[in-house]
Design a protein around this ligand. Sequence first.
Ligand SMILES: *[C@@H]1O[C@H](CO)[C@@H](O)[C@H](O)[C@H]1NC(C)=O
Ligand SMILES: *[C@@H]1O[C@H](CO)[C@@H](O)[C@H](O)[C@H]1NC(C)=O
Ligand SMILES: *[C@@H]1O[C@H](CO)[C@@H](O)[C@H](O)[C@H]1NC(C)=O
Ligand SMILES: *[C@@H]1O[C@H](CO)[C@@H](O)[C@H](O)[C@H]1NC(C)=O
Ligand SMILES: *[C@@H]1O[C@H](CO)[C@@H](O)[C@H](O)[C@H]1NC(C)=O
Ligand SMILES: *[C@@H]1O[C@H](CO)[C@@H](O)[C@H](O)[C@H]1NC(C)=O
Ligand SMILES: *[C@@H]1O[C@H](CO)[C@@H](O)[C@H](O)[C@H]1NC(C)=O
Ligand SMILES: *[C@@H]1O[C@H](CO)[C@@H](O)[C@H](O)[C@H]1NC(C)=O
Length: 446
Amino acid sequence: MRPEINPSSLHKQNYVFAKFALSFLLIGLAFRLFFSDSIRLPSSVVQEPPVSESKTETQSPLVSLPIQKQDEVDPSAAFTAKNESLTNRTETCDIFVGEWVPDPSGPFYTNESCHAIESHQNCMKNGRLDSDYLYWRWTPWDCKLPKFNPGKFLDMMKDKSWAFIGDSISRNHVQSLLCILSQTEEAIEVYHDKEYRSKRWHFPAHNFTLAVIWTPLLIKADIFEDINGVSSSEIQLHLDKLDKIWTEQYKNYDYAVIASGKWFLKTAIYHENDTVMGCHNCHGKNLTELGFEYAYRKALQLVLNFVTNSEHQAFVFFRTTTPDHFENGEWFSGGTCNRTVPFKGGEVGLKDVDAIMRDIELEEFEKAVEIGSQKGVTLALLDTTQMSLLRPDAHPGPYRQFQPFAQDKNAKVQNDCLHWCLPGPIDSWNDLVMETLVNLSKGNLH
Ligand SMILES: *[C@@H]1O[C@H](CO)[C@@H](O)[C@H](O)[C@H]1NC(C)=O
Ligand SMILES: *[C@@H]1O[C@H](CO)[C@@H](O)[C@H](O)[C@H]1NC(C)=O
Ligand SMILES: *[C@@H]1O[C@H](CO)[C@@H](O)[C@H](O)[C@H]1NC(C)=O
Ligand SMILES: *[C@@H]1O[C@H](CO)[C@@H](O)[C@H](O)[C@H]1NC(C)=O
Ligand SMILES: *[C@@H]1O[C@H](CO)[C@@H](O)[C@H](O)[C@H]1NC(C)=O
Ligand SMILES: *[C@@H]1O[C@H](CO)[C@@H](O)[C@H](O)[C@H]1NC(C)=O
Ligand SMILES: *[C@@H]1O[C@H](CO)[C@@H](O)[C@H](O)[C@H]1NC(C)=O
Ligand SMILES: *[C@@H]1O[C@H](CO)[C@@H](O)[C@H](O)[C@H]1NC(C)=O
């Protein structure tokens, strides 16, 4: 049985909202750092955080990691404190609830055997020495989850096409899939945009197409960032218009994995009907603070509405938000993620901001599933939040840069505790994708 909703979570949310005003400036900077896809951050941003505010906010529940004692928390409470009817998966096994168990067989690939790993996530090449984080396998409590089978996947996907639609976490995910598949067939890159953020590959022997489409907010957004990820102005976000970059090519794909999240925490002006309705975190602008959750819900409604009402009937995976693991500070104040083993269930809870996002995701997904099933569109949840939360040990940390301690072993280095090392636990996300696909083709889901 799942526990009831925890009434104290509401109280906690109020506390969080009270802190939003101050902390979001910093959050904005943090996510600019990690989602900007920049080659390198300008040193002014890295080395000189806004001191006056960082002092008050280093303890913010938004960005610190609330480690809870075992006896305070039900092992799955952080993930089940929601209306049961939202996730009626009791009939089949819930592959998203489980734990990481040691797996001596290790990853499918290495930095040598896969050529698709981007430098920021290539932890081995960048000098990370410990490798224990590679030897864990996601294991659901109630069922056996087969390991991803690249040959079987490619055979199933003959003449098919996939798109990963979202931000740099989606690109992290597509690289993982690409690396796994490349051990069976090497992909050929057939397209990249100017900034190398959107890409497409072809697997000739299977006539399989794989793409990643960079659209961090999924909806129409004017982003004013230079190639270093430094923004000159807040995002202008249109809550009633989708980002055409993905909707225009949506019909080309048989499968889509759609996700968003952290970019909605950035400072933004919200437009609806070509009118400014308010904003998020826009101090001194005399606009109504609407809160990121207002925009996030609207955006997801628009996205899922598009998918369920589209003439093109794709199989859509909707992935939930991914948590970060900064500890002992934040990204700007020496926060690190140097743990070397996974958490066990109950050792850690979701940060409030992630919990808020995930609740919105689950609610909107559940509504869309119903509409989709009437229209013949298959929507599947890819609920990677819990399994990801349990892996503080597998982020690049300082090894987002090449050999960060080569010159000075005490060097102060910016840490990335949000994206995932490759190989790494994000590879297991594909086990879930595969299991869902296989079950669907057997008629077990839907
Ligand atoms: C759960 O959600 C359903 C419909 O979404 C609602 O009817 C029901 O009252 C909710 N139950 C609780 C305990 O919130
Ligand atoms: C959950 O699923 C079972 C079996 O499919 C069904 O009988 C039940 O009504 C569902 N519950 C809710 C709340 O949707
Ligand atoms: C997939 O189907 C098998 C039986 O065919 C079942 O054992 C397993 O629990 C199912 N997995 C999911 C995620 O529903
Ligand atoms: C792979 O990583 C190892 C260290 O684990 C490093 O010595 C080697 O140069 C890397 N190779 C490539 C191609 O990046
Ligand atoms: C490859 O797949 C596409 C659909 O994705 C199809 O239109 C095309 O005819 C296929 N090519 C071959 C050579 O089978
Ligand atoms: C949008 O603007 C049009 C024309 O100005 C108006 O008729 C319509 O009601 C507006 N819609 C919303 C949702 O505000
Ligand atoms: C803020 O906006 C309101 C209404 O839009 C206006 O009445 C008020 O004068 C504005 N305040 C400032 C300081 O501009
Ligand atoms: C992890 O980082 C903290 C500082 O954030 C440091 O005090 C600690 O010694 C580090 N642990 C290891 C094993 O490097």
